[in-house]
Design a protein around this ligand. Structure first.
Ligand SMILES: [Zn+2]
Length: 123
């Protein structure tokens, strides 16, 4: 194995610390195939928006994700896809039984534009 070049131990430690949270990993799993809005994460993960926002802020501060506002919605996307190499390696090392990822499920209750396409409201 090669030495880590010019990388102090604290740098990878900070990345692992950012990842050391199941909900943050669940968020990253949701973002694997592209951006999602906060309301979508809220519906899929079944957590309050304030809680999701708190975890998103930590991931954003670590410069793993970035956000984009579109009208009423804020979309998040992963800007460091290398993170999935780490996550996949950690999953491969896990001896716990596997579960079906919730990320593939689209909830009917989700109000985001992907799950509920905007329809013209006639009155
Ligand atoms: Zn949605």
């Amino acid at each position: 194995m090669q030495n880590r070049q010019g990388c102090a131990p604290g740098q990878p430690a900070a990345i692992f610390k950012t990842l050391a949270h199941p909900v943050r990993i669940a968020i990253l799993d949701l973002l694997r195939h592209g951006e999602e809005c906060v309301c979508h994460m809220e519906a899929i993960l079944d957590k309050r928006q304030a809680y999701i926002s708190q975890q998103l802020a930590i991931l954003r501060a670590a410069q793993i994700i970035a956000d984009r506002r579109d009208g009423m919605n804020i979309f998040y996307r992963v800007v460091r896809p290398e993170i999935y190499v780490l996550l996949d390696a950690a999953c491969a090392m896990s001896t716990l039984p596997t579960t079906t990822p919730s990320a593939v499920i689209r909830r009917e209750s989700c109000p985001c534009p992907k799950c509920t396409p905007v329809v013209a409201i006639a009155d």
